[in-house]
Design a binder for this molecule. Structure first.
Ligand SMILES: [Zn+2]
Length: 406
C-alpha cells in the first residue's frame, strides 16, 4: 500500500477534470506525447521507431515537451549498455501532463489506482464492497464512484484527470451493456458506463471487462516490456482473460472476448448460468474450489485462505489447487493451439499459489498443445497481483485519451 496523503476538505467533491495541456500541442509534439502516454518511460530510439517520425523531429519535440514541463529525461545508468559504455536515457511525461484513475470493481472489492501520465502510481486505495453485489448493482456503482472521489481527495497535485476507467467482472457488449448474467445475474442489461458517468459528472468515463483490463495492465506495467503480445488468464471467483496483440487490447466485434471460463470441458456436464453445459468455470471457479474444500470438511471462506493453507503445506488444499490447475491447463492448452501465444500471465486470487498452480498447469498445457506451440511459450505469475485490472484501467484511459486527440 502506498502512503496516503490527505488533502482537501472531508467530503469535498472534485468535479470533472481541467482541460489537459496535452490536447493543445502541435502535431509532432502531440504524436511523441501520445507515444509516451501509452508506453511510459522509453528511450528516444523507441520513440523514433514507434512514431515513424525522423530522429531530428523527435529530438525537437522532446526539447519542446521538456522545456514546457510536460516531459522529463531520466538519465540512463552506466551499466545500461556496458558493451558500448553509452547511457540509455529515457523520457517520460510529468505529472503536469495529467492523471488517469483506474478502478477494479469485484464482487467483494473495489481497488483504485491513480496513475500519472509518466506511469507513476500516485495512490492505491482498496476497500470492501459493502452491498451484496450479487443482488443489486446500484449501491456497488455508487460506492465505487464515492471511492474515486476519496482517492482524488487523497492524491496530492492531481492536475488534470484524463479519464476514469472501471473494470467490471462481467462480459460487456460493444455498447457497454452487461451481456450475460454469468457471475452477477442482477447486472444483466445494466449500462454501467452510463450510470457511472452520471455519478461522476464532467469526467470522461470508460468501462471494460476486468480480466481484459488485467491483460492491458500486465502488458503496460508488468510483463509486457519488449513483448508484442500477451495473454492474461484471471483465476478467481470467475475465470476470464484478455489478449493484447501488437500492443493493442483485442476486442471482438460483439464485445465479450476471451471468456476462458466458458470453454466447454464436458458438453454433457454441469449447467452454467451462461446457458451452456460443462463450462470450465463450473469446475474450477472459486465457488467450486471452496465447495471441494467443504466436501473435505475444510472450513475455508475464500480463495486467499485456500492458497495460504496450501502454501503452508496443507495436503488437501494442495490437491484441490493441483487438480484445478490440471483442468485449467487443458483449457489453456486448447487456447494455445488456437492462438499460439508468446506469453501467458496468470492472475487473479488463485495465482498467489505460485508454483503450486503454475507447475501442474504447465504440465497440462504441454500435454494438450503442440510442442511447436509450447516450446517458445512462457507462463508467468502476474507481477501486478490484485492491482492488474485497476492498473489496466488507467492504461485504458491513456488509450482512449490518445484516440480522442488523434
Ligand atoms: Zn458458461
Amino acid at each position: 500500500m502506498l502512503p496516503v496523503r490527505p488533502k482537501g476538505r472531508p467530503g469535498a467533491r472534485i468535479e470533472g477534470g481541467t482541460p489537459a495541456e496535452l490536447g493543445r500541442l502541435g502535431k509532432s509534439d502531440r504524436i511523441v506525447a501520445q507515444c509516451l502516454l501509452r508506453r511510459g518511460p522509453v528511450a528516444q530510439a523507441v520513440l523514433v521507431a514507434a512514431t515513424g517520425l525522423s530522429r531530428p523531429t523527435v529530438t525537437a519535440a522532446l526539447a519542446r515537451l521538456t522545456g514546457c514541463g510536460l516531459a522529463e529525461m531520466m538519465p540512463g545508468q552506466d551499466d545500461a549498455a556496458p558493451a558500448t559504455g553509452r547511457r540509455a536515457h529515457r523520457y517520460r511525461l510529468t505529472a503536469r501532463a495529467g492523471h488517469a484513475v483506474g478502478v477494479d470493481i469485484g464482487r467483494r472489492h473495489i481497488n483504485i489506482v491513480i496513475m500519472d501520465a509518466g506511469h507513476r502510481q500516485i495512490i492505491r486505495l482498496d476497500s470492501k464492497v459493502s452491498a451484496d453485489a450479487d443482488q443489486d448493482p446500484w449501491p456497488v456503482l455508487k460506492q465505487a464512484a464515492d471511492q474515486v472521489q476519496v482517492a482524488l481527495e487523497q492524491a496530492a497535485d492531481v492536475s488534470s484527470v484524463l479519464g476514469i476507467a472501471f473494470g467490471l467482472p462481467v462480459p460487456l457488449t460493444r455498447d457497454g451493456l452487461v451481456a450475460s448474467g454469468t457471475l452477477l445475474p442482477a447486472w444483466m442489461q445494466v449500462n454501467p458506463r452510463r450510470e457511472l458517468a452520471a455519478l461522476l459528472p464532467g469526467f470522461a468515463v470508460h468501462v471494460g471487462n476486468e480480466a481484459a483490463l488485467g491483460a492491458l495492465g500486465e502488458y503496460t506495467f508488468g510483463w509486457g516490456e519488449g513483448k508484442r503480445d500477451l495473454t492474461y488468464v484471471k483465476l478467481g471467483t470467475g475465470i476470464g482473460g484478455g489478449m493484447v496483440l501488437g500492443g493493442r487490447l483485442h476486442r471482438s466485434s460483439g464485445g465479450p472476448t476471451m471468456e476462458i471460463g466458458h470453454i466447454t470441458v464436458d458438453y454433457q456436464g454441469r449447467r452454467c448460468p451462461c446457458g451452456n453445459r460443462g463450462c470450465l468455470e463450473r469446475y474450477v471457479g472459486g465457488r467450486e474450489l471452496l465447495a471441494s474444500a467443504r466436501k473435505d470438511d475444510l472450513e475455508i471462506e475464500d480463495i486467499p485462505s485456500l492458497v495460504w493453507r496450501a502454501r503452508s503445506g496443507d495436503a488437501a488444499c494442495r490437491r484441490i489447487i493441483h487438480e484445478a490447475a490440471s483442468l485449467i491447463g487443458v483449457a489453456i492448452g486448447t487456447l494455445a493451439n488456437l492462438s499460439g501465444p508468446e506469453l501467458i500471465v496468470l492472475g487473479g486470487s488463485l495465482s498467489a499459489a505460485g508454483d503450486l498452480l503454475s507447475q501442474p498447469l504447465r504440465a497440462a498445457v504441454d500435454q494438450t498443445a503442440f510442442a511447436a506451440v509450447t516450446s517458445s511459450m512462457s507462463i508467468e505469475i502476474a507481477r501486478l497481483s490484485q492491482w492488474a485490472s485497476a492498473c489496466g484501467a488507467t492504461a485504458l484511459v491513456f488509450d482512449h485519451f490518445t484516440e480522442s486527440q488523434s
